[in-house]
Write a protein that binds this ligand. Structure first.
Ligand code: AMP
Ligand code: ZN
Length: 269
């Protein structure tokens, strides 16, 4: 199966309504660009959303790529400028947090981006958020959780958010869930999509890089097997999972605990 066929099949299983508004989280990279391109090709009602992390030249290039893509596809682009909205760029926010908490760059950035995406997509009255996560990303996350001794953290892995039904939570879709990274790269080049191929300069999470190097040595068939096995095991785990959603006491966003992950990060001594 080629990429468009695989993605079409993944999307059809989600039983989406072609009229519902899907916000595509665009980073400027190949994965979210291909996600956006295919959703548009299949006639979904999409709008782009980009967080400008204000990290200098890299962020400027990402913004330009996202603007070019949305123009090319004829879709609306919503921009969130982190410096304007939160007072500082991602590098400064992260350094401030790291002065008190020993957390990896990507972990901090990931929590902040998810919090922003959910809130902004809700303001835009979107019913879903699509991200560019591919098969390699998901296999890495699954393995990292196992190596860290917390396999239950993987119970949310899947092409569509599961276990959550809450009016303030916008479910996330991963149309490239079954597509290996290498195929995404080739397809983005074949379709000549405006994309930045550089890695984020701050992605120095050594643990994930180690796991990524290992996953890179696996064939696509093996990656596929890991995911299929994972789905069987987690169907059982999920039934036992507590799915209650609270609202954060500080910001009011959906949270698993009394205070959401974002506010836990921001709560400096
Ligand atoms: P990452 O966490 O950088 O691996 O990115 C995972 C997915 O999150 C990407 O495929 C995008 O869909 C989304 N994403 C990452 N960075 C941004 C950004 N700056 N603005 C909007 N969406 C983003
Ligand atoms: Zn909060």
């Amino acid at each position: 199966m080629n990429i468009p066929q695989k993605v079409k099949q993944t999307l059809e299983k989600m039983k989406l309504n072609k009229k519902e508004k899907i916000v595509v989280a665009l980073s400027g990279g190949k994965d979210s660009a291909v996600t956006c391109y295919l959703l548009k090709k299949f006639g979904y009602n999409i709008e782009g959303f980009h967080i400008d992390l204000s990290m200098g030249e890299y962020s400027d290039k990402c913004l330009k790529a996202v603007q070019d893509l949305c123009k090319q596809l004829g879709i609306k682009l919503h921009l969130y400028d982190i410096k304007q909205e939160m007072g500082s760029g991602m590098c400064y926010l992260r350094t401030a947090i790291q002065s008190e908490k020993s957390l990896k760059n990507c972990a901090i950035c990931g929590v902040i981006k998810k919090w922003i995406m959910n809130r902004e997509a809700r303001k835009l009255k979107a019913s879903k958020i699509a991200t560019g996560h591919n098969l390699d990303d998901e296999v890495q996350t699954f393995l990292v959780n196992i190596f860290k001794g917390s396999p239950e953290l993987s119970s949310n892995i899947g092409p569509i958010s599961r276990n959550v039904s809450d009016k303030k939570f916008i479910p996330r879709l991963k149309p490239l869930f079954y597509v290996p990274e290498d195929e995404v790269r080739k397809y983005s080049k074949k379709e000549k999509l405006p994309v930045i191929y550089d890695k984020c300069p701050c992605a120095i999470d050594s643990y994930r890089i180690q796991v990524r190097k290992f996953v890179d040595t696996l064939s696509d068939a093996k990656k596929d097997h890991i995911m299929k096995n994972f789905e069987i095991v987690f169907k059982k785990l999920q039934k036992k999972k507590d799915t209650t959603i609270n609202y954060c006491e500080i910001c009011g966003e959906p949270a698993r605990k009394d205070i959401c992950k974002m506010c836990q990060l921001m709560k400096l001594k």
